[in-house]
Design a binder for this molecule. Structure first.
Ligand code: HEC
Ligand code: HEC
Ligand code: HEC
Ligand code: HEC
Length: 153
């Protein structure tokens, strides 16, 4: 048969190609996730996985259930457009179960300044202060009540 007449280096080459091609096929079979290609060029199961995590923010409606007086109060003052969690941090575990403590607000000046520090990039309607010039020597919350910020404690 002519096959056996092939020069040995060609036979080895053919075997090598079969080996490489074969191991590629086996590796692909083992490594490609089961749901790949279900909908397109990606893992079908990825959609479910991405949709699974719960949002970390509870949203203000959740706070209303137990802190409605605070919501009503904040709504009357300048911080009415802020969500509770923009200052209090991610509070879903607490809102789901009040036995879990709300995140401790360790309110420092920087937390207020993250919105109020003077910067040309901020819109003019947002009142801004130059921290080195605006009343130094006390904490922001020493002079501003956070839920009604023009009030002095
Ligand atoms: C199911 C009722 C409930 C819901 C919903 C709820 N809370 Fe509370 N929260 C409580 C109770 C009860 C306390 C008082 C417990 C305490 O003082 O330890 C409290 C205390 C707090 C405190 C004060 C914690 C402290 O250390 O003084 C903060 C801040 C707070 N909640 C924020 C929130 C925010 C923000 C939301 C909405 C995302 C929220 N809570 C939703 C029941 C609730
Ligand atoms: C501008 C930031 C800011 C916003 C917005 C804000 N808080 Fe607060 N909140 C604070 C700070 C700071 C304190 C701690 C006050 C202190 O120590 O004097 C506090 C205290 C509290 C407390 C405990 C003391 C108390 O007054 O009973 C609760 C409960 C609370 N906030 C709930 C809320 C809820 C609910 C909302 C949304 C309607 C909200 N906060 C919006 C900054 C904020
Ligand atoms: C997430 C952004 C944000 C944070 C954090 C925040 N503020 Fe505000 N603040 C606002 C917005 C928005 C307004 C309403 C627009 C305005 O009046 O500048 C406002 C209004 C104010 C006003 C009223 C200004 C005026 O004369 O009308 C004061 C005072 C103030 N904030 C102080 C504080 C203090 C003190 C803290 C920290 C406890 C704080 N803010 C945290 C966004 C923020
Ligand atoms: C010693 C008291 C005191 C301290 C501390 C203080 N403020 Fe004020 N703040 C005031 C008074 C009084 C006003 C109103 C008069 C004015 O606009 O200068 C004011 C006004 C503001 C305004 C409105 C400015 C405007 O253009 O109308 C903002 C925003 C503000 N403060 C944020 C802060 C922040 C953020 C801090 C912390 C870094 C802080 N304040 C610390 C007393 C204080």
């Amino acid at each position: 048969m002519s096959f056996f007449k092939m020069p040995p280096q060609i036979v080895r080459l053919v075997l090598l190609v079969l080996l490489v091609g074969g191991s590629y096929a086996v590796a692909r079979m083992l490594l490609v996730p089961a749901s790949f290609g279900e909908y397109g060029w990606f893992r079908g199961a990825a959609l479910e996985e991405l949709a699974a995590p719960k949002p970390v923010l509870a949203g203000m409606k959740a706070c209303d259930e137990c802190h409605s007086e605070i919501l009503q109060k904040v709504a009357k003052y300048e911080h009415k457009t802020l969500s509770c969690e923009s200052c209090h941090g991610f509070s879903r575990p607490h809102a789901d179960n009040p036995d879990v403590k709300a995140p401790k607000v360790k309110f420092a000046d920087n937390d207020c300044l993250s919105c109020h520090q003077a910067s040309p990039s901020r819109p003019l309607w947002l009142k801004q202060v130059e921290p080195l010039e605006h009343f130094r020597g006390d904490k922001c919350t020493g002079c501003h009540v956070p839920h009604q910020p023009k009030e002095i404690p």
